[in-house]
Design a protein around this ligand. Sequence first.
Ligand SMILES: Nc1ncnc2c1ncn2[C@@H]1O[C@H](COP(=O)(O)OP(=O)(O)OP(=O)(O)O)[C@@H](O)[C@H]1O
Ligand SMILES: [Mg+2]
Length: 212
Amino acid sequence: MIITLASLKGGSGKTSLAVHLSHAISLEKKKVLLVDADPQASAQNWAAARETKPPFTVVGMARNTLHRDLPDLLDNFDHAVIDTPPRVSALARTSILAADLVIIPVQPSSYDVWAAAETVALLDEAKGFKPELKAVFVVNRVLTRTLISKDVVEALAEYDVPTLSNKITQRVAFAEASSGYTVLESEPKKSAAKEIKALSKEILKFLELKRW
Ligand SMILES: Nc1ncnc2c1ncn2[C@@H]1O[C@H](COP(=O)(O)OP(=O)(O)OP(=O)(O)O)[C@@H](O)[C@H]1O
Ligand SMILES: [Mg+2]
């Protein structure tokens, strides 16, 4: 499977979710290639900041021919996760075209719901070339004790893209993990790790797979 994290809205959680999803899939004893297609190289910097080798392979591949090149590079991997830049660009397009599944992280705000239209337009363009392309929204940075995320889920229903029921909460643990680890390492038994594992499970189900 090739899973692309895409959203033209900056800071929605593409890199965080790409890193955490890569780790969650690796824990299922699968070899994961995290492709950093963002010239800002956040995922590569995350890997470089680590004290230990990451539990999956991270490569920088900000090239416009990813959808053609990537399948050949996956011989030694079970799955690839692609992190993308927050701009309408050849890199965003090639990353979406390369995917089996596009995950669009959305923060619980109206601005993000409106901005999702642009990402969905890019997705629809790719579907013109690849009709089997699947896509989902994941609500990220949910504030506990607020009902905003419920409104956001209702607003997202306007788009022809389903929203996964598992959401990711705004947590210090996720913010801190950007310095070179994942919550699956730092606090594997706590809520943040549980959210990531539940999300990974729901994605598996959405893809109609029994195991990664
Ligand atoms: N659930 C969360 N809880 C707390 N902090 C979060 C969460 N998700 C992301 N963040 C933090 O928010 C910031 C933006 O997240 P991230 O870098 O993953 O977004 P992005 O979509 O990749 O951004 P860009 O568009 O700039 O590439 C980071 O500092 C990250 O650590
Ligand atoms: Mg990023």
